[in-house]
Unconditional design. Sequence first.
Lengths: 369, 585
Amino acid sequence: MAKKKEGTEGKEVVKKIVNVADTMQQDIKKLKQPQIKIPLRALSNVEYSDKEGYFKLLPGVKERTLTASTIKTFAQTLRMMALSKQLLETDDIATKREAYYVSKNWGDARFLEQPESDNVMDDIEAMMTVNREQIGFIPEEKGGDVAGELIVIDVDPDTGKELEIDCTKFGSGAYSVPSSGEHLRFKTKAKFILAIETSGMFERLNKHKYWKNANCILISMGGVPTRACRRFIRKLADDHKLPVYVFTDGDPYGFGNIYRTLKVGSGNAAHINEYFCVPQAQFIGITPQDIIDYKLPTHPLKEIDVKKIRDLIKNDPFVIHHKSWQKALEQMAKMKQRAEQQALAAHGLNFVIDKYLPDKLKNNKTWLP
Amino acid sequence: MTQKSAEELAKKQREISIAEFFEKNRHLLGFDNPRRALLTAVKEAVDNALDACEEARILPEITVELVALSETRFRMIVEDNGPGIIKKQIPNIFARLLYGSKFHKLAATRGQQGIGISATVLYGQLTTGKPATIISKTAANAKAQMMKLKIDTQTNLPQILEEKETEWEGKEHGTKIEVDLDGSYMKGRQSVDEYLKETAIVNPHCTIIYVTPEAQQIIFARSTNELPPEPKEIKPHPYGVELGRLIKMLEITQTKTLQQFLTDEFVRVSANVAKEICENSSLLPRTKPEQVSRDMAEKLYQGIQKTKIMAPPTDCISPIGAEELERGLRKEINAEFYCSTTRPAAVYRGNPFVIEAALAFGGEQDGESAVRIMRFANRVPLLYQQGACAITNSIQNTSWKTYGLQQSKNSLPVGACSVVVHMTSVWVPFTSESKEALAHYEEIVKEIKLALQDCGRKLASFVNKKRRIGDEAKKRSYIQKYIPHVADALKEIVGFDEIKKKEIEDNLFTMLEQVRGELEEIGVDNPDYDPELAKIGQDEEQAEPEETEEGPKKMKKSSKTKDAFGGDEDEEDDFDSEEEQDTLF
């Protein structure tokens, strides 16, 4: 059933692509310079409302008119659209890297570096208001690691039969989130999801089977969560009404990049944030107050960290919306200190399991929204 | 240790004749190595010939012949069509150092001190032991006078070894000098060939017929029959006279009073100014010059500095002219852009002077190395001591980046460009007697920089224009490149036929290209360029062809051998500049 749905979606995207191209060629016939309109993908062009729970794209668009200086990007965008159409019609996919290599056949219109092709891809995505999986491109990035009380129901690509993957049975390893997980279903009795910034902390918790005692699902994000990771957590949390707790380093990067992106999405991919965000996420630590309460060893903030804090307070619609986040960030700016997740080890290697997490989970007043 | 008495030491103390001095310090005169010696000899003879012709208002026609007697010995024969020299003066002019007509007057002539040609005779005599032969004829109906001359180095007096009257068939008047000397003949930027070529370029009124040691005849024909205006002689300006010279002038003057001395011997001194000078010096205007003591002379000197005196007249110098300079450059260099400028006359130490500059940019020039510099002083090319010259320094200290050339701090700019600078003055200040580098007077450096900046601004507007046209051309090639891709992709997505695709391409072309108008073209368009001329003075062969089969080790070895023989052009130049530094400090 999922497959069929993808098929019709694909047809719709193909239709959109053909429409854009057709309008263009009609313009050219009339000797009118063709234009393409692409939603402006930037933090300045999103708004945040608590009700919706994610960064929503504003109507700002960039218009690109075909002129001597834009003709190269035009050619590349059209070539990329043609490739996307071909992929959708043959029910195939290409990784971002592969798409970049396909462009090497385009002669002068080829991309010189992958960021160029990624950017054009993002433009098409935004133009079609779909995500890149829907236009036939998949990222190479890993989705994240999962361990705990969860059974993932996937499909065997050869036989089409259902596969049950038990995430308690990976021993010291973990289940890896696939780049595209729209078709996955879940069985779980866990009480919550714990999303963790670093794989080091994830390994410690997994090794001591923290998930068993706490009856939860552990997910390692490995830095800023990828789209696949965000989508996986969202789907899992939605399907089973699970709360999502986030545990990162106590620094502006952990707050502003990792947590914020997980919860409300990013400015760059605002056109798809609706599906790639986890509005139910809650931040449990490490908060600036934790640094004081738990007497954590710290590092001084670098100039770039202070700048990041100022930028978050001034420009990030999410932070602007939440007074408590502004306070927390101000507090950190005053302390001029930051603390890593691993700093908890100063009180004993398993302090995090025995004391910190149980304490924090019990007291939601120490959380941040 | 036995002490020596003053008397004993006095036995060894004696006068050194100027000839003896230069015998030991010939590098000061430009005879420091065989290659340069040959050039200096030719240069002195040709400079004198040109000066003589111009002074007599004759269109110069000069023959220079170098005969290779052996690998290291040459006979130099230089003949002019000048007024000739009367018999009595021949020995003094050619065989007595510091004898001449130009030292005591101030006029924009090539020669200044009266050393050059006799130094050449002395150098020939020192290296070959042979006398110089001079033939001179002063009128069509007169007989020619032949003399064989040497210099007595102890007395600095001419020795006449032989003299006779002789017939000089087919010659109305003129002078010919023949000197045998040791030297070395090579091509390149510091060669006789280059010197004569550059001379011809900045003296378009002269014809030079040159027979190389390889017996090849090159004729630099005159391109104008107009002589440059006669260099006017001016008296010294009070500001330009040092105390020593002032004392000397007071000694030899024929005038009766100090006031008369000042008004008669100097320029820009009226009776009133003279009185003012005397007042400022606390001296009486009626003081007799011969009674002026050293102390009084010093007072007078101070008084002159205190008095405001009008700048010297500047009509006494005649620049080549920006147009003429540029035309010369066009013959030599095939470039895309030329410009030139002549500064108004300025004054240093009481001497009026004019700076001219010209530039040639782009075209066939090498863009990877430092710009080529061509320096001239009173229409004489300066080929040596580039590093010590105020011209080079001024080029280095001008900021060329804003004019579109690359330049690292305080060094010569890099780019496909040649820079010509000419200084003309009644007295060109050289750093040494060999007259190859201009001294660093603040006023001169300032004027050179102003001239360069003027040319630089013109260059910048050309470079910018070229860049704009380049950008436009790039955009157009962009359009050409990507139109097919746009059409192709549209065809693939929408699915239409080739005919429609062609229509799309044509329409895109109409939309994007035809609105842009005509593309201006920049290229080399220089009908004046003379490739044969440009070749003269260039390095004979562009380095030996690389022997690719040989390993790198062997290559190294072969280049070492080359060094040992000093055969490599560049090596030679480096060596030379090192030596120059020794002389300077």
